[in-house]
Ligand binder design. Structure first.
Ligand code: FAD
Length: 453
């Protein structure tokens, strides 16, 4: 009989924590998990899932518009209810959270619905004062939005609140140039808000392929988003009736119903007791781990956003699973974070896998294959928008190093293209694949000419 109350105590029932708890329990470990907010974590409650539901909602106006070219007309203007959307979203999120909870319970994991902190290398303390000893602790506490450091920053909302606004803002100012800022800009603009996106950088979406960055900005602007680059919010003051006066560094003032900050996210490490237990944090304040997610305190592990490796749900899930396989399944497993496909659910959408053109050029000679074309749907709808597809190919080996797409269903396409890139497919493998006609994706296998600029 173990000297500890449990074999594994997991802090945080989000993507990484839930997966680790269930798999470890399946291997026979006695597992407990603590969750201070809602089971499911960021992705389910206020991240990927509600975000994508809102993205779907925001795209219907494009569909209504496009349908005219295909013979549709509406007897009246379609109307939209924010309240109905949020209620439907809440119902779905509650269902998913319930499923996560059921699955944990079915796996025999004990659930503590309160905050837990590390009380030592082998102990956690719950908010109600209970101390639980554990042979190992897994920190899966995720991260949260960075707050602004300018006057009135507390008047701004973050993505957390954006999912639950009582009303759709008529005007909103969003600060940030990353995927969360862009996705919300697209959502609010699609639903009819007047959106100003303020970003301190020269371009949106740092780290993405340059062509994609330009294309996404153009797409936002086509949908009415005012994009202000090289600009930042200097202060926010309360206006009349709950409105906000947003002053920009350039001196301009914008009046809006809401101001939203999506300027970054930081690991949830505050007050967790990590350093006292011997857990080292890195220079960015994230939990430092080795390839097996073990921290500098050998009995304490960490997975997901709290480690700031690649802050995506499928990555957190894999890290949680690999931890359980390694420690309880007798199968040491690391997670390969190369060629992870990702998307930005802007409208039009961005999908990307592998190296950007700039990254690939740093490593050696590359050939670029690129096309911008009008989709078949756009011929009748008349929508003035192109699809962009780009292959980054190693000139020496002809291996496809990166695939980048902006256009409808780019995320769906890139998930599948990602398999080929992961397998090390060459340009000749792409060419040998017969096109599926008529589709947009067929362009990926019919790119004949090298791009010469
Ligand atoms: P989380 O899911 O954040 O879970 C951590 C949990 O720990 C939380 O429930 C928290 O309440 C709990 N917790 C924290 N501290 C304690 C404590 N001391 N005691 C008890 N409980 C505690 N990723 C994608 O892959 N695709 C997307 O499209 C996508 N969209 C996103 C959109 C938004 C707006 C946001 C914010 C994120 C998005 N992400 C997306 C990122 C994704 O949500 C995260 O990468 C993922 O949730 C990380 O999982 P995790 O297990 O590390 O942490």
């Amino acid at each position: 009989m173990s000297q500890y109350d449990v074999d594994l105590f997991v802090i945080g029932a989000g993507s990484g924590g839930v997966r680790a708890a269930r798999i470890a329990s399946g291997y026979g470990a006695r597992v407990a998990v603590a969750e201070e907010y809602r089971i499911g974590g960021t992705c389910v409650i206020r991240g990927c899932v509600p975000k994508k539901l809102l993205v779907y909602a925001s795209r219907f106006p494009d569909g209504f518009e496009d349908s005219a070219g295909f013979g549709w007309s509406f007897p009246a203007e379609p109307t939209f209810s924010w309240a109905a959307l949020i209620a439907a979203k809440d119902k779905e999120i509650a269902r998913l959270s319930g499923l996560y909870e059921q699955n944990l319970a079915k796996a025999g994991v004990a659930i503590h619905r309160q905050r837990a902190v590390v009380a030592g290398p082998n102990a956690v303390r719950l908010a109600d004062g209970t101390e639980i000893t554990a042979e190992r602790i897994l920190v899966a506490a995720g991260g949260g939005p960075t707050v602004g450091d300018f006057p009135g920053a507390e008047l701004a909302i973050s993505s957390n609140e954006a999912f639950d606004l009582a009303e759709l803002p008529e005007k909103i100012v969003i600060a940030g140039g990353g995927y969360i800022a862009i996705e919300f800009a697209g959502v609010f603009a699609g639903l009819g808000s007047q959106v100003t996106l303020v970003h301190r950088g020269e371009k949106l979406l740092r780290g993405f392929d340059e062509d994609l960055r330009d294309e996404v900005k153009a797409g936002l602007e086509k949908r009415g988003v005012i994009v202000r680059l090289n600009e930042r919010i200097a202060s926010i003051a309360a206006g009349e009736g709950g409105s906000k006066r947003v002053s920009l560094a350039s001196g301009e003032t914008l009046d809006a119903d809401q101001a939203m900050l999506a300027i970054g996210r930081a690991p949830h490490v505050g007050g967790l007791g990590l350093e006292a237990a011997g857990v080292r944090l890195n220079e960015k304040g994230a939990v430092e781990v080795d390839a097996f997610s073990q921290t500098s305190a050998p009995s304490i592990y960490a997975v997901g956003d709290v480690t700031d490796r690649m802050n995506l749900t499928p990555v957190a899930i894999r890290e949680g699973h690999a931890f359980a396989d390694t420690v309880y399944g007798g199968r040491p497993t690391t997670v390969d974070l190369s060629n992870v496909p990702t998307a930005v659910f802007a409208t039009p959408e961005l999908g990307t896998v592998g190296l950007t053109e700039a990254e690939a050029r740093e490593k050696g000679e590359v050939d670029i294959y690129k096309t911008r074309f009008r989709s078949m749907k756009a011929t009748l709808s008349g929508r003035d928008e192109k699809v962009l597809m780009k292959l980054v190919v190693d000139a020496a080996t002809t291996k496809v190093l990166g695939v980048h797409i902006v256009g409808e269903d780019a995320a769906e396409m890139i998930q599948v293209a990602g398999i080929a890139v992961k397998m090390g497919a060459t340009k000749a493998d792409f060419d040998a694949t017969v096109a599926l006609h008529p589709s947009a994706a067929e362009e990926l296998v019919t790119l004949r000419q090298k791009w010469t600029g």
